[in-house]
Design a protein around this ligand. Sequence first.
Ligand code: ZN
Length: 363
Amino acid sequence: MKTKLRGPAIATVLRRIFRRTPNPYNAVMQSPYCKNLSESMTWVVLFVVMAWFFAIGAALHAAEPQATGFDGQRSYGYLKALCALGNRMSGSHGMKQQQVLLVKHFTDLNAKVTFQRFKVKHPLKSSRRVPMTNLIVEWRPEAKERILLCAHYDTRPLPDQEINPRIRKNGVFLGANDGASGVALLMELGHHVAQLPLNYGLDFVLFDGEELVYFDFNRREDIGPYFLGSTWFASQYRKHPPQHKYVAGVLFDMVADADLTLYQEENSATWKQTRPLVKEIWGTAQRLGVQEFIPRIKYNVSDDHFPLNRIAKIPVIDIIDFAYPEYPRNRYWHTLADAPGRCSGDSLGKVGTVIVEWLSTKR
Ligand SMILES: [Zn+2]
C-alpha cells in the first residue's frame, strides 16, 4: 500500500512546524558567535572543510590493509606454479625442480641464496639415504641482528588421510596449503623487502624434511620423524653460533585456505619468549582490520617452531590455520583435496599484508 500527501496538506504541515520551531538561519545569525552573514558563512565553510578532512582520513585508514602493496593474487600464482611441479617430498624430482625455481626467483630479486645440506636415513628403507636441503635466502646479510621468516617446502610423501586405501598408496599429494602456501607467501614478500623501513637483517629459511613421514594403517602410527630440516638448522645455530643473532621469527604453515581462520597456536601464545610476538602480530592485524586473525587460542600444534625455540632458543611463533576446514575434522588435510582450488590469493594477501605492516613497525 502507498500513501500520498497532497500539495495543500504539505504546505499546512510545514507552516505548523515552522510556527513552533525557530528558523535555523535566524538562530545562527542571532547567536553571539555570528554577528553578521559573512561571519556565519566562514563558520559553515570551516565546518565543511573539517568534515571533508575527517572523511578523507577515515577513507585512508580503511584502505590501510591494501597500502602495503603485498599482492595476494601474484602470491597465489606462485602457489599454483609450485603445485604444478607435482609432489615435492624430500629427495624427489619435484623437490629438485622446486629448488631451481626458488633459487632463480630469489636471486633475481637480489637476495643471497645458500643451501644447507645434510642426509638422513629413509624412514622405510634404512639402507637408503635421503639428501636434505634447507634453502636460506638472506636480505641485508651484513646486519648482525636478524629476523627469521620460515616455512617448510617439502610435502608429505602421500595423501594418507584419504579414505580409499588405493589413493592412500598411489595418490599424488600436492600440498597446496600444507607445503606451498608458506613458500608462496615468502616468494611474494621478496618483492617488498627492499622498500621495508627495517633496521634488521631478514632471512627466509625454507625447511626440508618437515614431514618425511608415512602412516602405518595397521598400527595406526606415523613412521619417520618430523622437523628434520628445522632440527638441523637449529642444531647448527647452537653448535656453531654465527656472527648474527635472530631476535624474532615467524613460521608460516597452511596460510592459504580459502576459508581462512587464524587462531593463535597454544605454544606460541604461552611460551614466555614468544608470547609478546603473538601479541604484536595479532595486534597488528586488529589495527589493520584483518579479522581472520582471531585473538584466541584454539589448537596446540607441534611444528618447525619447536626445534627453533627449544634447541636454538630463537623466539619463533607459528602462524597456522589448522582448521582446513572445520577443525577438528580438517577435511582437506593430507588428502588430494589439498590443491590450489581450496586456497585463495585473498587469504595469502591478508597474511602478507599483516606481516609487511608488522615488519615496518619492527625498528
Ligand atoms: Zn602436513
